[in-house]
Design a protein around this ligand. Structure first.
Ligand SMILES: NC(=O)c1ccc[n+]([C@@H]2O[C@H](COP(=O)([O-])OP(=O)(O)OC[C@H]3O[C@@H](n4cnc5c(N)ncnc54)[C@H](OP(=O)(O)O)[C@@H]3O)[C@@H](O)[C@H]2O)c1
Length: 310
């Protein structure tokens, strides 16, 4: 039962989650190497294999164990609406790339952590989703992420951990909460969808959860988010209130904000099995949001609407 000695975090240089994961793994004592698309061609199997060769512990090391190296995939095509018009690119990043990483991890004996999404569900259950519940994605993005999960689960990968997460917010990159705070600094009122229910996830908390699960040798398909359900309206209104922005937040139905891709009306994730394996229950999203908003205000010029520099 232990953390890997080394982790290659694909998407670790520029991704919202990848950056925070790199910091968290590093702080946990894992030799953490962030990787970007510029470092290696993600779709060239030989180039990737060679890249991994360069990062394996020396073969002459008598304590050498390939499971000491963990591949972490935080790369994805995450533009949900654009994916409807670019399905090939979405499938390339969300299904073909994880499948390739999976085959290499299988051949070489490395551990692999991959992230998926609540958008694999259609929302019809209307109660927190368990990892084993039936999937039925409503969008190209959701379908391509499901294809990625299925490709990995079809391999012989004893060290595979897939974490389905949702509604990410956190430092270092634009996200829904930051966008709402910026708009609230410029406008007297906002209208936000109030009939989609999900599980907000603060990237530092998600990274801490991933570290705990890795440390405890958790494998398989799990859900990972902060505790408690929210609507987009509740999340935006809470952030704006915490930031003391004088902005009214109106609740509107999904039909009042048409989007290219269809989203599930309900995709709250059940965290029971995850909490059991991690050894703790992730904190409620409002607590995590308060921490995020305080950090955002500490670096954002007050009420100008300018994004923080961090
Ligand atoms: N954001 C959410 O609300 C949300 C919700 C549910 C699930 N998830 C899942 O959580 C994971 C992390 O999401 P995130 O929001 O942190 O993603 P993100 O900020 O959009 O970052 C994804 C990374 O993918 C890489 N990438 C994208 N297109 C690429 C391309 N054409 N070629 C090469 N690399 C490319 C980029 O890395 P480089 O810059 O290094 O190339 C980018 O930094 C993903 O698996 C996502 O599906 C996210």
């Amino acid at each position: 039962m232990s953390l890997p000695k080394k982790a290659l975090i694909f998407g670790g240089k520029n991704g919202l989650l990848g950056r925070t994961l790199t910091t968290a793994l590093d702080a946990a004592g894992v030799n953490s190497v962030p990787v970007a698309g510029a470092d290696v061609d993600y779709f060239d199997a030989d180039a990737l294999d060679e890249f991994l060769d360069g990062h394996e512990p020396p073969l002459e090391d008598e304590n050498y164990d390939p499971a000491d190296l963990c591949l972490v995939n935080a790369v994805a095509y995450t533009q949900v609406d654009k994916a409807e018009d670019e399905p090939e690119e979405a499938y390339r990043l969300n299904a073909a790339f994880p499948a390739l990483l999976g085959v290499l991890a299988e051949e070489r004996g490395h551990r692999l952590v991959h992230f998926s999404t609540d958008f694999v569900f259609d929302g019809a259950k209307n109660a927190p989703y368990l990892p084993g519940d039936a999937t039925n994605p409503l969008s190209v993005y959701g379908a391509s992420k499901l294809a990625g999960e299925e490709a990995l689960l079809g391999l012989e990968l004893p060290g595979l951990l897939i974490l389905r997460t949702s509604w990410l917010f956190g430092p270092g990159k634009m996200n829904f909460v930051q966008r709402m705070l910026e708009l609230a600094a410029e406008r007297p009122e906002l209208s936000v969808v109030a009939d989609q229910h999900g599980s907000p996830s603060y990237t530092p908390d998600l990274a801490a959860l991933a570290v705990a699960l890795l440390r405890n040798n958790a494998t398989g398909l799990l859900h990972a988010a902060n505790s408690g359900p929210a609507t987009w309206h509740e999340l935006a209104a809470a952030a704006i209130e915490m930031a003391k922005r004088p902005c009214r937040v109106n609740a509107i139905p999904t039909s009042g904000y048409p989007t290219r891709a269809k989203r599930p009306p309900y995709s709250v994730l059940d965290l029971g099995e995850t909490a059991r394996l991690a050894g703790f229950v992730p904190r409620p999203w409002r607590e995590a949001l308060a921490e995020y908003v305080a950090g955002y205000l500490a670096v954002a010029p007050a009420r100008t609407g300018q994004p923080p520099q961090a």
